[in-house]
Write a protein that binds this ligand. Structure first.
Ligand code: SF4
Ligand code: SF4
Length: 261
């Protein structure tokens, strides 16, 4: 996700078959210009991938590279790449070699110069696409042909979309409720579960969590070993805590009255 100057968004809703010409490579005169003076909102899966790439704890990643903000519709916490701390540019960009975390770059960087919008409807999520045409971006003058579908595939987007979809649903459903924003305790829980997975793992295994909820042993093994499984489990847990789904439908059985309350 990125906060956009709407003047650069082309107001045409694209489909997977929409065509465009674009190429970004180290030879373009604007190389790395898009890696600064912008706001990149990190999804939980972006944080997971980047901290794995850097081999640091989720807490250290959040503290060193991000700042916490609030999603205007849902009131939930969001994590933003803190470029201001690095002179207004992304901490992972270098002038000659470009992105130092390329294979683990955030979803927004993968899609650019395509934007992705998401609406929640009665049938579920409606995802659509649009062009972002910024004057400095010379990749539009190149000749390589794409459809949105081939661009998505080239940028490895299926996995990112799969991992981000439940989180997006959570943000949008809360935002569309018209209900009160989450309180501070709920927000802090949301932040820990979605972004600070090491802390959430400690919460699950070192607190009374496993006394309050029955969690199958094979699930316990998985979430101990895998950040991806832990994130998936955490989002389900949040859906239950936030009363968007009941415990049974997210596969968490309260072991005590206290947990189900
Ligand atoms: S993560 Fe990589 S692609 Fe994204 S803004 Fe930073 S340097 Fe650029
Ligand atoms: S501004 Fe456009 S062409 Fe230039 S480096 Fe960024 S994405 Fe590539």
């Amino acid at each position: 996700m990125v906060e956009l100057n709407m003047g650069v968004v082309q107001p045409i809703k694209l489909t997977l078959k929409s065509r465009f010409k674009f190429r970004c490579h180290p030879g373009v005169p604007c190389f790395t210009e898009c890696c600064g003076r912008t706001t990149i909102i990190l999804t939980p899966y972006d944080v997971l991938r980047l901290r794995q790439r850097l081999r640091i704890t989720s807490g250290d990643f959040l503290e060193k590279f991000t700042r916490r903000e609030q999603h205007d519709k849902s009131g939930f916490p969001m994590v933003v790449m803190d470029m201001a701390r690095f002179g207004g540019i992304c901490p992972f960009v270098r002038p000659v070699t470009g992105c130092q975390v390329y294979s683990d770059r955030p979803a927004t960087c993968r899609y650019y110069p395509i934007g992705q919008g998401t609406l929640i409807t009665e049938e579920g999520l409606d995802e659509f696409f649009f062009f972002i045409k910024e004057e400095h971006c010379k990749g539009w003058e190149e000749d390589t042909q794409w459809t949105i579908e081939t661009w998505r595939s080239d940028q490895g987007f299926d996995l990112y979309d799969k991992m981000n979809r439940d989180w997006k649903t959570l943000m949008l459903r809360r935002g569309s409720d018209g209900g009160p924003v989450a309180d501070e305790r709920g927000n802090n829980l949301f932040y820990m579960v979605a972004y600070d997975l090491d802390q959430f793992r400690r919460f699950v295994f070192k607190s009374r969590f496993l006394q309050l909820f029955q969690v199958e042993e094979d699930v316990q093994e998985k979430i101990w070993d895998s950040d991806e499984d832990l994130l998936d489990f955490g989002i389900k847990y949040l859906k239950m805590v936030l009363k968007l789904e009941d415990a049974k439908s997210v596969g968490l059985v309260p072991a005590t009255q206290e947990a189900g309350a």
